[in-house]
Structures are given as structure tokens and as C-alpha cells.
Design a protein around this ligand. Structure first.
Ligand code: GLV
Length: 332
């Protein structure tokens, strides 16, 4: 019997990919690249399963080119690149990689917040540039993080992991979320629910952890930035498009806010030129989950989902993090 084909859109850990080989004809890309619609269609045309990343949009057009496709595993917790309704309508299962990355992404949110508030990138560039000839007592003054108010917009599992870290910094945590958390979780996170306007006005450091949805498009735009403290730091480790990058560039230039730490961008890998011109921003190329252990865990989970969807591995028949489990019920 011929094996089903799995297409893997980017290279990752060969030993984890090897777990697919007994059961699949594996077609793995050997370099990281952006696929034009026709290239994506050609790859999906022969695929029974696909492991993809945020750059691959699997929408109705892609699905129309994929007559054999039964399962798509997304390498990430956010899955705004997948049209779940269209996939479900076509009887195609889909999975993401929740939970395994919560703590690693929370670490990185703190890293960006600390680096932006304390001007780590800016100071390092100055030092590397050979400009350190003496020290100025009033040089490099940044904003404290300890003892300050940290705001979290979007309080899912990653937001909660960020909040828990505040205890050691004796920082106060405010949060806003579509729905208020159960009081036991609020207590565990030592976090206080406030409305969005209070969050914007009261936070010394504001961290965005929202999923990208059409409603969250530009959730932080010019008006929201103007409502923040002029000394505030904004951190986005969630998704490009949640922040209006042009408005952020202006806000950093004219002192509307103090600093930013940004890992995700509208139209990435392109970065708004106005952001690149600013010194008071720490920029990184969408790496919040990129620790050695966590990227392996994400890859393992994606492979486990694909194996399970085709009746193999430890979760045979039950992809552990399927987003549209109704598809399985319909198939049985
Ligand atoms: C990365 O951005 C993810 O959604 O996991």
C-alpha cells in the first residue's frame, strides 16, 4: 500500500521528522522560504497531511488546490493563518501547539520588557560602536520594572504565566481580557481585572498577549498609545496587526510612550521603516517561543498530531491538540 504524503513547509529537527517516515512519504522543505500561492498549491496538491507555519495561509483557495488533504498541523499556538471554518467544511482536521510554549514565551515577554525599559539594545549598540569613552552618571537612565504596574492585555495561559513572574519583582499586575478570570486564578496570578481604558492609563509596562482576530486588528492604535503614560513600555509578543506599527513608530518618535519591545510585526518579515529608525525599541524576529527545548516540544506535538490523525503513535485516532474535533466524529 502506498504511504500517505506529508508536506513539511520548513526544515526542523531531523530526528523528530524521522518519526513520520515509517508511515508517510515525507516531503520536507530544506530551506525556510515564503511560498507564492501557486507554489503552495503545487505542494498541497499531492499532500495528505501538512505541517505548516504562520507564513503559510491555508484558506479556501489553498484548500481547493488540495484534494487529498486530511490534516494540517500548525507549528505555533496562534493559528490565524488557518481558516478553520473552511478546513472543517472540507473535512480537514487542524491542530496547533498550545501549552508547550507558555513558560518560554512568558520568559521572552519579560526579556523584551526588561530590555526595552532598561535600554539594553540601545546601550549595547552604543558600546559596540566604540562610543564608550567615559561614563556619565545621568547616562542611560531607564524605567524600573520592579515595584511598578505591569498591564497584561489578553489573559490566557501565556498571560497568566507572565503575571506569575511578577511576584519576584514585587510588581502589581493589572489585566484586561474578553472575559474575567475565575477568582482562584486571579488570586494565583495576583492579578486584578480592570477595563481596557484603566489598563492603558495605569500600566508602566503593557504586554500584549491577544490572539489575532479581525476584532483585535489595531487593538493598539494612535488613540490607545495616546492613552498610555509617556514613560510606558509596550511589549508585543502576540501577533503582528494587533498594534498599528505606523502609529507606534510615531508614538516612539514624539514621546507619546517611552519605549517598546516588539517581536511580531504587520507584514513580517518586513518591518515598518519607522520602527527601524527608532532607538527606543527592541526588535526581534518573532522568536518568543524559540528556546531549544520548546521548539523541539512544538515540533514533537505537531508530529504527534499528524501521526494520530492517521491512526499512529501514542495518541492514535485522537490528535492531542486538534482544533476542530468534530471532523474526526464526521469521519468515523
Ligand atoms: C507563534 O507565534 C505562535 O503562535 O506559537
Amino acid at each position: 500500500m502506498t504511504k500517505p504524503t506529508v508536506w513539511i513547509s520548513r526544515p526542523f529537527f531531523p530526528d523528530i521528522v524521522d518519526r513520520l517516515r515509517p508511515h508517510f512519504d515525507v516531503r520536507a522543505e530544506t530551506e525556510e522560504r515564503k511560498f507564492a500561492a501557486a507554489e503552495l498549491a503545487a505542494r498541497l496538491a499531492v499532500a495528505d497531511a501538512a505541517i505548516v507555519g504562520l507564513a503559510e495561509r491555508i484558506d479556501a483557495t489553498a484548500i481547493a488546490a488540495a484534494p487529498r488533504l486530511r490534516f494540517v498541523a500548525n507549528l505555533g499556538v496562534g493559528y490565524n493563518n488557518l481558516d478553520i471554518a473552511a478546513l472543517t467544511g472540507a473535512g480537514i482536521g487542524a491542530s496547533n501547539t498550545p501549552d508547550v510554549l507558555n513558560e518560554t514565551v512568558a520568559d521572552y515577554a519579560w526579556a523584551l520588557m526588561l530590555a526595552a525599559a532598561r535600554r539594553v539594545g540601545e546601550a549595547e549598540r552604543w558600546l559596540r560602536d566604540g562610543q564608550w569613552h567615559g561614563s556619565r552618571f545621568e547616562g542611560w537612565l531607564g524605567a524600573d520594572v520592579h515595584g511598578r504596574t505591569i498591564g497584561i492585555l489578553g489573559m490566557g495561559r501565556i498571560g497568566q504565566a507572565i503575571a506569575r513572574r511578577a511576584v519576584g519583582f514585587r510588581a502589581r499586575v493589572l489585566y484586561h481580557n474578553r472575559s474575567r478570570l475565575a477568582s482562584a486564578i486571579e488570586r494565583e496570578c495576583a492579578a486584578t481585572y480592570v477595563d481596557k481604558a484603566t489598563l492603558l492609563a495605569s500600566s508602566d509596562h503593557l504586554i500584549l498577549v491577544l490572539p489575532y482576530t479581525p476584532e483585535n486588528h489595531h487593538a493598539i492604535g494612535a488613540a490607545e498609545l495616546a492613552a498610555m503614560k509617556p514613560t510606558a513600555t509596550l511589549v508585543n509578543i502576540a501577533r503582528g496587526g494587533i498594534v498599528d506599527d505606523a502609529a507606534l513608530a510615531r508614538a516612539l518618535a514624539d514621546g507619546t510612550i517611552g519605549a517598546a519591545g516588539i517581536d511580531v510585526f504587520e507584514g513580517e518579515p518586513a518591518v515598518h521603516p519607522g520602527l527601524l529608525e527608532r532607538q527606543n525599541i527592541v526588535l526581534s524576529p518573532h522568536i518568543a517561543s524559540a528556546s531549544r527545548d520548546t521548539r523541539r516540544d512544538m515540533a514533537t506535538l505537531a508530529v504527534d498530531n499528524v501521526l494520530a490523525a492517521f491512526g499512529h503513535g501514542p495518541h492514535a485516532g485522537q490528535p492531542p491538540t486538534i482544533l476542530n474535533p468534530g471532523v474526526l466524529a464526521d469521519a468515523s
